[in-house]
Design a binder for this molecule. Structure first.
Ligand code: UT7
Length: 332
């Protein structure tokens, strides 16, 4: 019997309408379009501004589009995994709320917390459920409302982040497509350079933590940058090598969108051209768990059955992950 492989059979996405561009940001903090474009490559980002709306609403929009596009009845879905670091509430899981809002009444669901690698970690997990043979339809959502944990008085971090959500459907196949290989890793030493100082059991929320602005992203950019460049490149090159993929045989690199310079350095080390790289950082900024599925969403029309794709991310934790897959359908 041929091996059951998990394959992506559809993509949904959602970004809010409201745009925060570099011009507007330069009136909020001491920054400029020139600095942000040169050092990071972001032109604008989307912000969810509607009162009472949260991460699950963006996730639900992405899942609704996915169900519609793939002609999937909600009750047929077995499992939904949501990658996020900006859950609606500390509990229950945002995945449960998304399942409820989209009518997935036969699915179980939970959240995965792996920051910018969250979507890749979740995809690796979801893939194993499919490969087990028991689960036939698994949805992976990457959703983050970074505007709720971004300090708009801190010029070092506020240009970087945006809001959005992306979702994919995974199904079994015995064809020569789907997920073939992965490399995942973490290093807790990275905690010190990128984390949220308060709001958890270590430092529960108090007036003091709020006044000290400790509920926002804390990042020391340079050390994170150095490790991000080397890790994303190392794992992407390694997965190419061990699957015998020559640079010209790779259709697309789908990298986490944190900094254009990190993306370019990774592509250079892999020996691929810029035209082989999915890039939308200029439009959305860093949407954390949503960057990789939002790239697939934006580029879906260009994807062809049999295309070799490498998905790669690096983020807080530190966490990193890469997945090699063969695309299963023609995007147009
Ligand atoms: O997604 C999860 C993982 N995260 C990442 O991968 C992010 C990795 N890090 C980075 O992408 C970059 O380190 C940043 C984009 C965060 C920062 O870029 P950088 O080139 O490393 O800048 P820097 O922090 O070294 O700052 C250089 C200078 C400083 O001024 P001085 O001290 O040299 O006078 C900063 O104060 O740029 C200044 N600066 C700014 N100037 C204008 C920092 N932020 C800004 C700003 N506008 N927004």
């Amino acid at each position: 019997m041929s091996k059951i492989r998990a394959t992506i059979t559809g993509i949904g996405g959602f970004v809010p309408d409201c745009i925060l561009d570099n011009e507007e940001l330069s009136h909020m903090v001491d920054t400029s379009d020139e600095w942000i474009m040169q050092r990071v490559g972001i032109k604008e980002r989307r912000i969810l501004k509607e009162k009472g709306k949260a991460t699950s609403d963006m996730g639900a929009m992405a899942v609704k589009e996915l169900l519609e596009k793939t002609n999937t009845r909600p009750e047929k879905v077995d499992l939904l995994i949501c990658a996020t670091i900006t859950a609606d509430v500390p509990y229950p899981a945002t995945g449960n709320i998304i399942s409820y809002k989209t009518g997935l009444r036969n699915a179980f669901s939970y959240d995965v917390s792996a920051a910018c690698s969250g979507f890749i970690f979740s995809l690796e997990t979801a893939r194993r459920f499919i490969e087990s043979g028991k689960y036939k339809k698994v949805i992976v959502v990457g959703a983050d409302m970074m505007s709720t944990i971004t300090d708009y008085t801190d010029r070092k971090t506020c240009p970087l982040f945006g809001d959005g959500a992306g979702a994919v459907l995974l199904e079994p196949t015995t064809e020569d497509v789907g997920i073939f290989d992965s490399i995942m890793g973490v290093d807790g030493e990275g905690f010190q350079f990128l984390h949220c100082k308060a709001g958890g059991s270590l430092k529960p929320p108090t007036h003091e933590t709020v006044n000290a602005r400790e509920h926002f992203v804390y990042q020391e950019g340079q050390p994170v940058f150095k490790v991000a460049v080397s890790k994303m490149a190392d794992i992407s090159v390694e997965i190419m090598k061990r699957n015998n993929i020559q640079p010209e045989e790779l259709a697309w690199l789908v990298p986490h969108q944190a900094n254009m310079r990190i993306i370019e350095a990774t592509a250079r080390r892999m020996g691929i051209r810029k035209e082989q790289v999915m890039i939308n950082i200029h439009n959305y900024g860093n949407t954390t768990a949503a960057t990789v599925p939002l790239c697939l969403w934006d580029y879906e029309k260009k994807l062809k059955k049999g295309d070799n794709l490498i998905l790669t991310a690096f983020g807080a934790g530190y966490t990193w992950g890469t997945i090699y897959l063969k695309w299963a359908y023609n995007g147009n």
